[in-house]
Structures are given as C-alpha cells and as structure tokens.
Design a protein around this ligand. Sequence first.
Ligand code: SF4
Ligand code: SF4
Length: 689
Amino acid sequence: MQPALPAELPAGAEPAQLTREVFGNVPAWAQTLFYLLAAAAVGVFVYGIVRRVRLWRKGRPACDAVSWRTAVRRLLRDVLLQKRLWGRGMASLAHVLLFSGFVVLLIGTTLIGVEHFLADVLGREPNAPVFHKGLYFGVYELVTDTFGVALIAGCGMFLVRRLRGTGSFARSPADVGVLVALLAIGVTGYAVESLRIIHAETRLAGLSPVGYLCAAAFQGTGIGREAAGQFHFLLWWTHAALALGFIALMPYTRLLHSLAGMVNLAIRDHALGVLQPVSIAEVETTGQIGVARLADFSYRQLIELDACVSCGRCEDSCPAFEAGKPLSPRNVVQDLVGAMNGPGLEQNVHGDVIAAETLWSCTTCGACADVCPLGISPMRMITDMRRYLIGEGALRGSPAVALQKTERAGNPWGMAASDRLAWAAGLDVPLASERPDFEWLYWVGCAAAYDRRAQKVARSVARLLKAANVNFAVLGTEERCTGESARRMGDEFLFQQLAEQNVATFASRGAKKILAHCPHCVNSLRNDYSQFGGQFEVVHHSQLLSELVQQGRLKPAAHGKSAAGSITYHDPCYLARVSGVTEPPRAVLAASASGTGQATVVELPRNRRQTACCGAGGGRMWFDDALAQRVGQTRVREIAASGSDTVAVACPFCLVMLTDGLAAHRPDVQVRDIAEVLAEAVFEREANS
Ligand code: SF4
Ligand code: SF4
C-alpha cells in the first residue's frame, strides 16, 4: 500500500522518497566517537549485569522452575501490558506513559542504529537508506514523535508526585535524579529534532507534529539555519551523553529495578497462599532453618530485592503498618537491599538490619505481595526470617505457648482430643469411621472444636448440611490442627509433623472432597498439604452453601428475621485475597436476607480482594496485644461507621477479632458467621411451614 502524500512534501515527490538522513549534521569523526562511547557504555552495562547475576546466583536454589511458556506469557501480560499496574489512577497512568515512551524510543533508537550499520555495510549514500524510508519511515516518525511526549509526561507526573509528597513514593535524591535524567533525555530529544528540522529545512510536519511545533517555537526566537546547525550539534552530543550514561548506569542505580523487575515478573513462583517447604536434609546440610544471612534467601528472592522500586504500595496496604506496628514491608525490602549493597550477602539480617519485633508484626495477610507491581513478596521473606528465629528459640510468651500446646495436644488451645466433638452434642453428626461412603469430609478445625463462640458456627454448618441432605462426615477425635498458624509463624517442622498426620488420616478415611469454614484451613489443606502428598478438592463453606441455595436444596425464609436490619460483610484475607472467593458469601447473605437472592449487603469501603485484615493471621491470634494496639482496629472502626446492625464474617479468626474490637466501639453490632445467618433464615422458614 502506498502512503498518502503528506501535504508538506515538495510537489512531484514520491511517497517512497520519504526519508531523512541518519546522523544528519553530525560529521564522520563524531559518528565514530559516538560508536566508541556507545560500545563503552554497553560494556559497562554488561559488566554490571554479569556482576549482579553472579551475586543473585549465590542465593539458595528455588523450588519449582517456571516453564518458558509461562515466563513469556507473564512478560507479555505483566511487563508489556503492565497488567499489575492497572486500576491505580494517576500512578498507573504515569507509569504506563513513562514505560511505553521509554520502550518505543529505545526500539526507535535501536532501529536507527541497525539502519546506519546496514547502510554502512552496503556502502549506501547518506540519502539512500536501506529500510528507513517510505511507509515504514512515515510510521516510525509519527510513532517516535508521539511517544516522546508520553515519556516526558510520565516523568513529569512522577516528579510532581514525588516533590509534592503525594503517595508513598521513594523521595531519595537518587530516585529524583533518575527521573530528571529521563526527562532531560526526552526534552533534549525534541530539541535536537526541532533544530535538525530548521537546519535541514525539512517539510514533513505531518509526520513529526511535536518536533515541528518545537521548531516553530525555536524559529520564533529568530534563530537562523546556520545557528540551528551549530546548536543542533551541541545538543546532539548532550542528548547522546545522557542516553549513553543512562545505559551504562542502569545496573548500578535504582534503574536496575526495571531489569530485575522484568526477570522477577517472568520467573516468580509464588501464588499468595504458597510457602516453600524446608526439608530435614537441607537443615542437616546447612545446620540451620530459615534465613539468617542474605545468602540464605533464594536466588529469586535476591532478584526480588533488586526489583524493588520503593514505590510504597506495600506499605500503604499493610495492616500492621496502618496499626502503628514496627513493620513496613517496603522498609523490610529496602533495608535488606541496603545490606546487600553494603556489607554483602554474608551479612546477618537479624537484629541490626531487621528487628524481631518487625518480623512478628506481620499477619501474613498477603496484601503487600498482592499489590506489588514488581511481583515481590515481602511476606515470604518475613516468614523465611521467622523460621530462623523459631529455630533459635527466640519466640517467647503467649505465641510460644500456643506452639507448645499445638505440639503437645494437637491444638493451640491445649485441650484434649477427646473434646473435639463437644460442639456437635445432640446433632447426631456422622463420623468418617462410621460412614465410609461419605462424599464430603467436613473439616471442623480447632477454633470450632474448642472455642465456645465458634462452636455455634460448626453447629450451623452441620445443621444446614443435614437439611440439604448432603452426604458428609467429620473426623471427630482423629482431627489435628492443620498447623497453618505454626507454619506462618515459622515453625515449619511442627507444621510438617501435623500435615503428615492429617494426610495419613485423610488417606485412611478415603477423603476426596473436603469442606471447611475456616479460610486458613482451606488454604493450608489446598496449598500446604499438596506439598506433602495431600491431593483432594477443598472448598470453603460459603461455596458449598451458595450452591445448595442455588440448587433449591436450602430454602431461606422470604423476608424473615434475617431481612430485618442492615448487614455488612467483612471479607477475610485468606478467603478473598488468597483464595479469590468473594461472591459466594455475598450470595449466601443475599439469599438469607430476602429468600430470593435479590437483596445485597452494605459494602465496606475496603472490600473483596482489597479487604482489610482483622489482625489474626500469621499467628497474631496468639499474641497478647492490648485491644488498642491490635492490628485491625481501623477495620473495626470502618464496620462501626457503616451503620450496620450485623457484620457477617466467613472465618473463625475474624469472628473473634471483630467481636472483641466491636465490643469496645459498637457493642450493639452483632458479629455472625454467614452459616449462622443462613441457618437462621432456613430454619425460620421450616418452623413457619
Ligand atoms: S516491595 Fe513492591 S510494592 Fe513494596 S516498595 Fe518495593 S516495589 Fe513497591
Ligand atoms: S503480609 Fe500483610 S501484614 Fe505482613 S507485611 Fe505484608 S501487608 Fe503487612
């Protein structure tokens, strides 16, 4: 296809003649010097990268290699399309503009280099390009001219945000310097282009609108062709020096994040709920468990450290930071980066670099890893460091006692296994040992087995399952703690011991489908247990209950008691964020409220995947914080401010934390599990019919 002839093209010119001289107004000696400097810049760049890769390789091996197909798919989705950055307003727009401008101009400059090299090899005249002509040239000019604006706009927006102090961006001189350098490259690029236009008297304004606008502005100062040529040469060198310096410095400055980030986004191996196991053999070889020195992190985690751009999103989302605990996931990562760039990989991370109190503040809610645009998981670094502290016996007080009770009695309450069925008194709940042909194994969990308030949740679930004629059974006294809290607190071998016992019990009872009302148990049975031979389907009770309502096997009363008053719903982190289950609990509540599924709950400001942590995860349930110091108090105030009479939950930990918190703010607000709300609606209907 022939391109339309631009109006500015001299009369009689052919579209195929569209081109411009590469290195116009730059003498041969300057071109040679430029290539020598470019080779030096690339050499410094490659040396820096090789040095960094060598350092990364000193980390421990990581499990689960990522296939190249997955890596390419992630590169397209997360790097090229910037998927992890969408939906964050001006910050997303600024990054997309900066990134797209940078990539397009980098490709454009590389293509110019290729053209010049080929023209040289083929012995072409300066005005007889190899491919830099015709339609290609027209598109090239228009695209690079336009994306230069994107680069400048993106840099400008980031600079304004950093200098004004909007958001949690890093504001170190080095961070600002990088942005100023990029901005200078963009601005000098347009200045060079416009002076070249004046000097060469080009007439292709339609293909370089920004360049021509700048040229018109220069001409307004009265600059002549000759002076434009001299200024062009000077500015061309300034632009070239900035660009080459930028390339050379990439591996040695914050710019490294763009390369390490790309690698990390392609090869990262963690779904939110997955932790890497530690083997006994590994501990026997190294003599320790977990991370004591930087070199104990996996090579992927060392890449993660270099990928961090200190944007502060993790800090903004961290419930522990929000509650004033001594934990900022951004600072954890940046302090580790500082140690890596300072004393090096042999540096002990505990104490001077990261305080134990910082590590114990984490609720493992996953928010930091979920929002990080570079795919970094501060949470996993924290649990790896916790493992070392546990191995050293550094945990004291109530959480340590909970671990001891779990080890001794099989539950953190330290109560007898024979009491595990106390919740089911009078309900005639079938045991797996007595009903071997059960379809669903109902995993009750320690909270519902021993906590009097949570026992009512298990009773509601069992009554609903019976009412819907679900073929289920429970393990009763054969059940042990999943070990979820123990694992996330860092006690890996206590977790493994419990997991192996429970997996053996599941196998002996032939469990294929497991139902649990605790999202922590759901994640552990699904993601932790699959690392130890547990292969079964695991669903949360909200999923099964909403299905039973949909199938008409559970019929809530229309406009019954549950419809009275307003109800809000708190998404548990491990259900909404970690397991991605957000709509089934809402469907259960809607059906309970109206009997028709038409009503909806009052949404809290932070809902679904962006939910706010109640403060109990990661073993925080067992810490003796005074109420005001607990993580999750902001969430409690949000619920109190919603004006709802009831807050529904779908996790026994949330049930406890929100009940305690609301008792101080709005004791009139009821905290109830979704199963209790549904049971009330279903059994009210039955009583009335
Ligand atoms: S870890 Fe991720 S979210 Fe946190 S500061 Fe670094 S890049 Fe930003
Ligand atoms: S997992 Fe949650 S509590 Fe822990 S550092 Fe990340 S955001 Fe903070």
